[in-house]
Design a protein around this ligand. Structure first.
Ligand SMILES: [Fe+2]
Length: 350
């Protein structure tokens, strides 16, 4: 189905602009004129994915309108209801994707292309959401720290006392990690682990992942927990020269669960429940998991492609081989609330 570009953009328009746009929309709708289009609502900076969307338009002839919704994506689409023009909702963190599905804002998509490209633990088995890229929760360590391998479990070992830095236990990145631990080990072991980790902290659990690198560089801690892409962002200089120095002071140790792999989270997308251009939406998702797109999509934010065999950015590849933990993300997502309560119980952030 073809549609005019009638999406409200986040930038301000004068009433005159809006009236002119509406007139164009109405006349195009009346005549059915216009190329195929679809509307992508994203919590990710559209600038980062724009080159990819333009490449898709050049290839398919389908125009992709983007609406940047920095916060409250699910609330906004819920408020728009059946009038929503959203075709695809794109965001980061499994928790946010599950929230969209739980609010009834997605629809199931069956696609042999999507199912072949996205590993089963990184998509909803009913097709409500698909991962498009991954980020690993890794260890940052001082360059000279005598640590080459580590398990998440070992972060509670007393030999790390006073040597670990980490952000709040209530931050979604850590909630997902604790939820993954909980999924593997159950509540009792998880509580003991959290207490041990808390006892090992060099400072209050606070700040961001990049502050972990900063504090390792300042010799405040020896190791810490952070997302993989921040290393790329810091090393590349995109965050400024100071962050480049922090990145130079650390090395990355790829941790794994005992008998498992490295905990990952995802960026992903759903097809909106009332998508006016459903078929176009599915086609774009299929393009985003193609070899060609996966490399670019993942690279723009130093993330890992979800598609096996897609080329990894050299900077990311230099961090070490990523073997992802196979615990299904849906199970991890289900344990988020319990994980958050456990972090509270042990006073992780106090
Ligand atoms: Fe982040």
């Amino acid at each position: 189905m073809t549609r005019p570009d009638c999406v409200t953009r986040p930038r301000r328009r004068s009433p005159l602009d809006l009236r002119a746009a509406l007139a164009i929309c109405l006349s195009l709708a009346a005549t059915g004129v216009g190329a195929a289009e679809l509307n992508l609502y994203t919590t990710r900076e559209p600038g980062l994915i724009r080159p990819l969307l333009d490449a898709y338009t050049a290839k398919s002839g389908t125009k992709v309108n983007t609406v940047f919704v920095e916060k409250g994506l699910a609330e906004r689409v819920a408020a728009e209801g059946s009038r929503s023009q959203a075709d695809i909702l794109m965001t980061v963190d499994i928790g946010n994707l599950i929230e969209i599905v739980d609010k009834g804002l997605s629809q199931p998509v069956r696609s042999t292309i999507l199912e072949a490209a996205v590993p089963a633990q990184l998509r909803d088995l009913d097709g409500h959401w698909y991962a498009l890229s991954m980020r690993a929760r890794v260890l940052y360590a001082a360059k000279d720290a005598p640590v080459e391998t580590a398990t998440y479990e070992s972060l509670a070992d007393p030999n790390w006392k006073g040597k670990i830095c980490i952000r709040s236990g209530q931050h979604p990145y850590n909630t997902a990690l604790v939820a993954a631990f909980l999924t593997r080990h159950g509540p009792e072991k998880t509580e003991t682990w959290l207490k041990g980790l808390k006892a090992n902290l060099a400072r209050k659990a606070a700040g961001g992942d990049r502050d972990v690198a900063r504090d390792i560089a300042a010799d405040l801690c020896d190791i810490g927990v952070g997302n993989s892409y921040y290393v790329g962002l810091m090393k590349s200089g995109r965050g400024g020269p100071e962050q480049q120095k922090w990145a130079d002071a650390i090395k990355v140790v790829m941790p794994a669960f005992e008998g498992g792999g490295t905990h990952v989270n995802i960026s992903g997308a759903v097809v909106a429940k009332s998508a006016p251009n459903r078929d176009e939406a599915v086609k774009l998702l299929e393009y985003l998991v193609s070899d060609e797109a996966q490399v670019v999509y993942a690279k723009t934010d130093y993330e890992y492609p979800v598609k096996a065999g897609a080329t990894i950015d050299p900077l990311l590849a230099s961090l070490g081989k990523l073997t992802i933990d196979t615990t299904p993300l849906v199970e991890i997502a289900r344990n988020r609330k319990a994980a958050s309560l456990l972090a509270d119980k042990v006073g992780f952030d106090n």
